[in-house]
Design a protein around this ligand. Structure first.
Ligand code: BGC
Length: 267
């Protein structure tokens, strides 16, 4: 097994004050990357993640940004330029859930989820691509730049009570693929990870409740709920040269959730 090496590379990880983003910022830093991690409002948590990520000696900064706003995305990448001297990797991870039965879903909650989970990813990716182009290819990476989106199994699995979330993730799938098709000839690699149920704040109501967790496990053939490091390790690999020929792919990290286990003894 090749050790993942990101020495000399500079990464932006959005939505990294907790959960998958936090684990990813730590994983990239421990592989040798310099990291700017973002948070929207949880400054103390983000600073703690940055401190932990610095333990292996990497340069890590926490920067506030609401990535659904174009001016914040531009400022974020200016900051990354100033602090790290450029950007080679974007992990566009920030995401929210605002759940409601379809007829009760407010326009505000529809819009917020689309703004953060889809438009925000687009805005950050656009900033990253423009900067990759200006920068040219750096010695420390085979590709000119790498982008990984955090999608979800719900880019493919419809989700009652979560129409806004599933719509955003479904859109993200085609955003990722369209970008990969357009940009790979410039040696910009665009991919996604699609986590299933991972123990984070977003779904703690489910995995912290024994009965609800038991029901959830029926959907996971591998028999456990995932943890943020399950995803972070995959992201570190995807952005490394070890995955240099991986282009336009969604890597599902879901304990087999996409295998529709309810069909195992039915259908
Ligand atoms: C959602 C979680 C959910 C998982 C599996 C994720 O994208 O954010 O809340 O547990 O999908 O349904």
């Amino acid at each position: 097994m090749t050790d993942i090496l990101l020495t000399g590379q500079r990464a932006v990880v959005t939505g990294a004050s907790s959960g998958i983003g936090a684990a990813t910022a730590r994983a990239l830093a421990s592989a040798g990357a310099a990291v700017v991690l973002t948070y929207r409002s949880s400054e103390d948590e983000a600073e703690t993640v940055a401190e932990e990520a610095r333990r292996d000696g990497a340069e890590v900064h926490a920067v506030q940004a609401d990535i659904s706003k174009p001016e914040d995305c531009a400022r974020l990448f200016d900051e990354a330029d100033r602090l790290l001297g450029g950007v080679d990797i974007l992990v566009a991870n920030a995401g929210v859930q605002k759940d409601a039965a379809f007829a009760e879903l407010t326009l505000k909650d529809w819009q917020t989820v689309l703004d953060v989970n889809l438009t925000g990813q687009f805005l950050c990716a656009q900033e990253a691509v423009r900067r990759f182009r200006d920068q040219g290819i750096v010695e420390t990476s085979a590709a000119r730049g790498k982008i990984v989106f955090t999608s979800s199994v719900h880019q493919g699995i419809p989700w009652a009570g979560h129409a806004n979330y599933a719509t955003a993730k479904g859109g993200l799938k085609l955003l990722m693929q369209s970008m990969a098709q357009e940009l790979s000839r410039e040696k910009i690699r665009v991919n996604a990870v699609a986590p299933g149920a991972i123990k984070t704040d977003i779904n703690k109501d489910v995995w912290q409740d024994d009965e609800a967790e038991k029901d959830l496990l029926k959907l996971i053939p591998y028999g456990r709920v995932g943890v943020p490091d399950d995803v972070a390790r995959a992201v570190a690999w995807l952005v490394s040269d070890a995955a240099d020929y991986v282009v336009g792919t969604t890597l599902f990290i879901d304990g087999g959730m996409m295998l529709y286990p309810s069909f195992r003894d039915n259908g």
